[in-house]
Design a protein around this ligand. Sequence first.
Ligand SMILES: [Zn+2]
Length: 286
Amino acid sequence: MSWKPQTIRAGEWAITALSDGHMRLDGGSMWGVVPATMWRKLTPPDEDNTIRLALRPFLATRGDAKVVIEVGVGDRWEPKWRAIYKIERDQTLERTLRAVGVAPEEITHVVASHCHWDHFGAAVIERDGKLAPQFAKAVHFAPAIEIEMAKHPGHARSGSYRAEDVTPLERAGLLTGYADTIEILPGLRAHVLGGHSDGVAVITLNEGGNGDTAIFWSDVVPTTHHIQPAYVMAYDLDVVKSFDQRSEWLRRAADGAWIGMFYHDEDHAFGRIKRAGKRYAFEAIG
Ligand SMILES: [Zn+2]
């Protein structure tokens, strides 16, 4: 599906879905213990068994605050890796931001859920042969443990992080680590959950306020098909923790009829997760 700007409201926040292109990952890895006969119907794979995933940052605005939630995969890719992950630059964060009338230098905050390269790679760009922040005037927030993992991933995590996605931001004094739950701006909170990665967070807007609450699911619920608690990705570091956190937050979202914001879903940026008997069902918005 090609990108078109779609905006929802959560209290005083306006939230617009952007795009930083697409990529493909192995379907089995995205679906963990879910049988292929099931997931192949939900997310049809290519002949190489990969499934197409969106890379979908969001713009959240309220008063003077212009916040990018998750930045995307970015352009700093050798041809080899671009080919392996089939990274498509059919859209970019910068282009879609400009399309909705916002220049990169107007961004006041960047809030990241975790530092995996497919979510945080676009925070740093190459400018005049040097690595520099894409949003030079923005304070960047990422879970402290994720910043640490990006710099020192160790063998098991080395495929998921790149130190140079975070170090130029640190050098520029633009990177702030957070832990537990933090209210970054009025009504914009990040909750560190862990499970998928050491410190993956969900980001909520207008939680408990008048009007709708929105939740950015990140890789806690990567697509609108991953809405049953047991659908834990094989990529997830801590399966039990992921299951527990997913169970708890899916319950909260369903109970509150929150609007979900989906990063990797090809077709839907926004939608609600509702109860359907013992399971959950997805209801699209727009
Ligand atoms: Zn991730």
